[in-house]
Design a protein around this ligand. Structure first.
Ligand SMILES: Cc1cc2nc3c(=O)[nH]c(=O)nc-3n(C[C@H](O)[C@H](O)[C@H](O)COP(=O)(O)OP(=O)(O)OC[C@H]3O[C@@H](n4cnc5c(N)ncnc54)[C@H](O)[C@@H]3O)c2cc1C
Length: 494
């Protein structure tokens, strides 16, 4: 976002990205393909190339999934674009200005325009959408279509194909129908002359003689008057923690406020209605009824009493084609030998697995995880992550409906039977916004507070514009709010 907006203003922009560049056709369709594009790291161990596209931070307290490549998480996300409810910005931790100046609404509009957000026009006709209607009906709720960063109409002139409903959005779109950051903001930055450097990992930043020095692994440092960190919740926090070790005066709250956005992936195995919930991928691995985009609809269970933080949103999803091979393994791990054999005999596109619902839940948690560097590696400490009350509530909502639909409720296979550790694809916080350097790392304009004195000053020309600045869970999928806050910061940049 910052690269696009600054290049548009005629500034000389250099964008550094740790990962590679990916295009339609580069994304995996089969399990073996994804294993070659995966990095799993935690504590002292790391498997796979450091800058592989799919990154699993395997922690003791929480696992985090994220994307690494030009376009970041947008390359492999499910494209759900929701605005946060206004009440979120009045939750503890948010600076007053976010609500007070109203700019956030204009920023959301800009973000929605750039990412070309629209609902799936055929959502209500999709089998998996209708299956979710049954799930929602158990709780007296209705399903509504989701807004998505996907092209459904196609635009031949702009070489933008329409979605073909293969369902593999979060393994990466091989059709080219998803409006990733690479296709939108980064493309706009390039059009305005930005210099893009892939496979460039930033280690830390120092104050230079006239601005900043950005230190890049295995390359010469780069001098810049303005530095905007956009390396994500884990990435930007890691860079600032290392910069702090090199002498940068940053808030003592750096690393705090990690949230998983009350996010969870769950399953209703072999329910008694057709689901058609396994992605065929592109090129299609099987001829089936139309699957649809990964998530096309959702329903909401309102909070207990007046507390909007206990609200839960349930979205329907798809089992990505790359993961079908793991389903029988995961069943065996849980002791479900019969199910595993059934699944192997029927294959993914018929019977039990094809009638399995994938759910994504988003809600609120306490945002009380803490990131620190240990032996120069990022660690997330959050001992009671899996005891966040919201997970029990999500279990209650979904297990009731899955049982009512004759299926078996299952949690994410990366967690144990008790849901430990939780897995999130929505990491937030670490460089949270705040009123001052005690409560936050950045101010409402995303400027990094200077912690060297008590004057409330900010470091001139140093910004963080990504999920790291969000000081609470959002209760909705985060990409649109992250984009809008970056747009807002750019509106306010002098
Ligand atoms: C499988 C999956 C599905 C998701 N589905 C949705 C969804 O439907 N809707 C939604 O709203 N959100 C979704 N998300 C979450 C969403 O994609 C993220 O919240 C969002 O991408 C975060 O944006 P960001 O700018 O904070 O960081 P990122 O998108 O993570 O971007 C950070 C970038 O910085 C790079 N980087 C990191 N460290 C360094 C370094 N040291 N030097 C140089 N570069 C570095 C990374 O490689 C990456 O490209 C999903 C995420 C995943 C993984």
């Amino acid at each position: 976002v910052a690269a696009a907006r600054l290049a548009e203003r005629g500034r000389r922009v250099c964008l550094l990205e740790m990962g590679s560049s990916y295009h339609p056709g580069d994304f995996p369709n089969y399990f073996l393909e994804i294993t070659r594009m995966l990095r799993v790291a935690g504590g002292r161990f790391g498997l796979g190339k450091r800058n592989n596209l799919f990154q699993l931070h395997a922690g003791k307290d929480i696992h985090v999934l994220r994307g690494c490549g030009l376009g970041g998480g947008s390359l492999i996300n499910a494209a759900v674009a929701m605005r946060a409810d206004e009440h979120v910005f009045s939750m503890p931790g948010w600076p007053d200005e976010i609500i007070a100046d109203g700019l956030i609404n204009a920023a959301y509009e800009l973000a929605e325009g750039m990412l070309r957000v629209s609902p799936c026009p055929d959502a209500a006709g999709l089998t998996k959408f209708r299956a979710l209607e049954r799930t929602a009906a158990v709780h007296g709720q209705a399903v509504t279509p989701l807004q998505l960063t996907i092209n459904f109409t196609g635009n031949a002139a702009a070489d933008r194909p329409a979605c073909n409903y293969c369902g593999n959005c979060w393994a990466g779109c091989n059709v080219g129908a998803k409006n990733t950051l690479a296709d939108t903001y980064i493309a706009a930055a390039v059009d305005n002359g930005a210099d893009i450097r892939i496979n460039s990992e930033v280690s830390h930043i120092n104050e230079g003689s006239d601005g900043w020095l950005v230190n890049v692994v295995d390359a010469e440092p780069i001098a810049a008057k303005v530095v905007v960190l956009g390396a994500g919740s884990l990435g930007s926090t890691e860079i600032l923690l290392r910069s702090q070790q090199h002498g940068l005066a940053v808030s003592p709250s750096l690393g705090e406020g990690f949230s998983a956005n009350g996010d969870a992936m769950l399953f209703g195995y072999d329910v008694d209605v057709p689901v058609n919930g396994v992605a065929t991928g592109h090129p299609a691995r099987a001829k089936t009824e139309t699957v649809g985009p990964n998530s096309a609809g959702s329903f909401t269970i309102e909070g207990n009493g007046d507390d909007p933080r206990s609200r839960v949103i349930i979205e329907e999803g798809v089992l990505a084609s790359v993961l079908t091979a793991l389903a029988p393994v995961s069943m065996l791990r849980r002791g479900r030998v019969g199910n595993a054999i059934k699944c192997l005999l029927q294959g993914p596109y018929k019977g039990a697995l094809n009638n399995t619902q994938t759910f994504f839940a988003v809600s609120h948690d306490a945002a009380s995880g803490c990131m620190r560097l240990e032996n120069d590696r990022l660690n997330i400490a959050w001992p009671d992550a899996c005891e966040q009350p919201v997970y029990e509530r999500i279990d209650e909502i979904l297990s009731t409906s899955v049982e009512a639909m004759g299926g078996r409720y299952a949690r994410n296979p990366l967690s144990d039977g008790a849901g430990k550790p939780p897995v999130t694809a929505h990491p937030l916080g670490g460089c949270k916004m705040g009123k001052d350097r005690t409560s936050g790392v950045v101010d409402h304009r995303c400027r990094v507070f200077d912690a060297s004195n008590d004057n409330g000053e900010v470091h001139k020309g140093l910004y963080v514009c990504d999920g790291a600045v969000i000081p609470s869970s959002l209760g909705v999928n985060p990409l649109l709010t992250i984009t809008a806050l970056a747009e807002r910061a750019m509106m306010l940049m002098e």
